[in-house]
Design a protein around this ligand. Structure first.
Ligand code: MRU
Length: 369
């Protein structure tokens, strides 16, 4: 990934989380999220290796944004292909998608995005190479555009769940930085705000890499939504004090029965919410559902580098060499979830039957599928 462009003094609205610049010989620009909130800077990815690196080190992160990165990364991987025939082009495409698929394991949007690119490549495989490559760029841009539209729909369906005067809690970052535009869980807040509601938000710090305090608090502050950061371990106390009315979180992968993988700490929150009678909502596009995985036991949990815990992005906060366990995600059982907000509406009390019916009703699954 190239050196950050100098963007001192730039506001979030002037930059995009992720976007394609130029034609087929252009590049993917993305906000380097590892630098926030101290520095708002874009980096350029001009090769598939740079894109994979950006995904692995969380320069681009959040399930929907990773799905968009999968599309642009695929374009970067095939645009210089010298193959002249269908078989050669499709072989280069397969090598590229297999390479990107190794970047991160949990967010299913990565694999969903790569599958979309593979299908687009198959469909266009009879075109001359230059047109085939352009068709893949068109598909990647379509994924980006769809994600922007879907974020707005998530906000539209989720905003009515937050009443005027309430206070919500969120975990990790499921905002504009985690998507191509407006967020998933945070889209609920942005849409509620646009509807004129007054409310406040608690943002969990979200150890170990603090996506909540670094990214969510920054995004909410940018939009003048009252936000208070708490350490993850304080959520129980704040709920006990009766200060949280609803919880909204994003998702990295939702199994066929509604079990939901999200940033580590979400599962504990769901137990606290149940104990305190606080409604717990997951907000996610349908690209985050993995109907091929029956339940949460089948969702791979990413294990990340120990240095994220004993060092993070700053000074050491654990002795050198101490044993560290760093699962990046956990799974919330569907019984703990009040509803899943999708771009088509809310799935109340999600389970295998409710999710299947939702998919059939919206034409995403055949009756016998
Ligand atoms: O490791 P990250 O920062 O990519 O984890 C992201 C999350 O867990 C988000 O909460 C989730 O992807 C939802 S994003 C809309």
């Amino acid at each position: 990934v190239s050196a950050p462009a100098s963007t001192a003094g730039t506001t979030a609205t002037e930059l995009s989380t992720i976007r394609w610049v130029g034609g087929l010989d252009g590049c993917c620009r993305l906000i380097d999220q590892t630098l926030l909130p101290g520095k708002l800077a874009e980096i350029e990815c001009r090769s598939v290796e740079q894109m994979a690196d950006a995904i692995k080190r969380l320069a681009v992160r959040g399930a929907p944004a990773i799905g968009v990165a999968a599309g642009f990364g695929t374009v970067l991987g095939i645009r210089d292909s010298s193959a002249r025939d269908r078989a050669g082009l499709l072989a280069d495409l397969r090598r590229t998608t297999e390479f990107l698929a190794r970047a991160r394991p949990t967010a299913v949007n990565l694999f969903w995005g790569l599958q979309r690119m593979a299908s687009a490549g198959e469909r266009a495989a009879n075109l001359p190479p230059a047109e085939w490559k352009q068709a893949l760029l068109d598909e990647a841009i379509a994924i980006w555009e769809e994600d922007r539209r879907i974020c707005r729909e998530l906000g539209r369906h989720g905003a009515p769940l937050l009443a005027d005067g309430e206070t919500a809690l969120t975990h990790c970052n499921a905002g504009g930085l985690a998507t191509a535009d407006y967020g998933t869980a945070l889209a609920v807040f942005f849409a509620a705000r646009e509807a004129g509601k007054r409310f406040a938000v608690f943002a969990d710090e979200t150890r170990p890499l603090n996506q909540g305090s670094r990214l969510t608090a920054w995004e909410l502050q940018q939009r003048n939504i009252p936000v208070t950061v708490i350490c993850d371990s304080m959520a129980g106390q704040v709920m006990k004090e009766g200060r949280i009315h609803k919880i909204f979180v994003g998702a990295d992968r939702i199994a066929a029965n509604g079990d939901t993988a999200n940033k580590i700490g979400t599962y504990s929150l769901s137990i606290l919410a149940r104990h305190h009678g606080v409604p717990f909502y997951v907000v996610a596009p349908t690209s985050t559902f993995d109907l091929a995985t029956a339940d949460g036991k089948g969702i791979p949990i990413e294990q990340r580098d120990p240095s994220e815990i004993n060092r993070g992005y700053s000074e050491p906060n654990a002795p050198a060499g101490v044993a560290v366990y760093n699962p990046a995600f956990d799974v919330t059982p569907h019984e703990h979830i009040t509803g899943i907000v999708t771009e088509f509406g809310v799935i109340e009390r999600p389970d295998a039957a409710a999710i299947r019916n939702h998919f059939i009703r919206h034409g995403l699954l055949a009756e016998k599928g």
